[in-house]
Design a protein around this ligand. Structure first.
Ligand SMILES: NC(=O)c1ccc[n+]([C@@H]2O[C@H](COP(=O)([O-])OP(=O)(O)OC[C@H]3O[C@@H](n4cnc5c(N)ncnc54)[C@H](O)[C@@H]3O)[C@@H](O)[C@H]2O)c1
Length: 269
């Protein structure tokens, strides 16, 4: 059962990063936000836009598609300029849905990471969020009372060896959520939260060695089962809506109960 459109985001405008293909969590968020009455602008790294899928989504949702490498300050500046010009006003919501580790891609385990790759992991997967928030604030691109959401994984708190240096990136990302959430809350009444999502079969997710085993383990451990991407999108749309006006600086677990479990009967049997 999925939620139908209720105009939860009617009149709101926002930016969605990271919709690569129809498996992407951001893709589901874009479709749901649109169905809930929002106008959106899509962005992804120039290299990702060479694939056809983001363009198809942009056409389907009548949402401009702006290339931006989110590690590059000048790209982020242009992104906000394009958004404010397109909407004619500051944005009400922003989704950070970006992650990449060259150490994982090249099969380097946590004790053997390459430090140039490590810096890249932290930059793409965590510091890009700080950059988006810093430049958005400087440019006056965030509307009062808006909502900003990023995505995390429970490896920020617990050890999942194959998640490698992405665990450190997620811990940093959760800290940026809290620390920047203070400033944007005080100054603009803007909420900043991060959703810690179940393993999800996307391009980024499936790139983790042993993803299937992690997925199956979490499925057996979680009383509700793993949360799919479209349910994650429902939750994020609610966080963008006015129904969560006083929720901020939180790591919110959208994981079917996994994070509260010690062991389950399915694992024991
Ligand atoms: N899939 C999972 O199991 C899972 C679980 C928890 C959290 N997450 C998080 O969800 C978010 C979205 O990932 P996904 O699973 O939908 O995978 P995905 O591969 O569909 O999305 C990742 C996106 O990051 C973009 N990206 C990479 N480098 C970039 C850069 N320099 N600038 C701009 N964009 C860049 C990619 O083009 C892609 O669109 C990530 O933060 C990921 O860590 C995923």
């Amino acid at each position: 059962m999925t939620a139908a459109g209720h105009n939860l985001l009617r009149g709101k405008v926002g930016i969605i990063t990271g919709a690569l293909d129809e498996k992407s969590i951001a893709w589901h968020v874009a479709e749901k936000a649109h169905a809930e009455g929002a106008q959106i602008l899509l962005t992804n790294a120039p290299v990702a836009l060479r694939l056809g899928a983001p363009k198809a989504l942009s056409e389907k949702l009548q949402a401009p598609l702006v290339p931006a490498d989110l590690t590059q300050l000048s790209d982020i500046e242009k992104l906000y300029e394009a958004a404010v010009a397109h909407f004619g006003r500051p944005i009400d919501f922003l989704l950070h849905s970006v992650g990449m580790s060259l150490n994982i891609r090249k099969g380097r385990s946590y004790p053997e990471i390459d430090y140039d790759f490590y810096l890249k992991t932290l930059d793409v997967s965590a510091i890009s969020f700080h950059k988006l928030l810093q430049i958005g604030r400087q440019k006056g691109a965030f509307a009062r009372g808006g909502s900003i959401v990023a995505l995390s994984y429970i490896a920020a708190q617990r050890v999942f060896p194959k998640y490698g240096d992405m665990a450190d990136a997620k811990a940093l990302l959760e800290s940026i959520t809290r620390s920047f959430g203070y400033w944007l809350g005080k100054e603009l009444g803007v909420r900043v939260n991060i959703v810690s999502q179940s393993p999800t079969p996307t391009t980024a997710g499936s790139g983790i060695a042993g993803f299937e085993a992690m997925y199956n383990y979490a499925q057996k451990m979680s009383p509700l089962g793993n949360a799919p991407a479209d349910a994650c999108a429902d939750f994020i749309v609610m966080l963008f809506s006015d129904y969560t006006r006083y929720v901020t600086m939180q790591t919110l677990y959208h994981d079917g109960g996994f994070s509260m479990m010690g062991i389950s009967e399915e694992i024991l049997s």
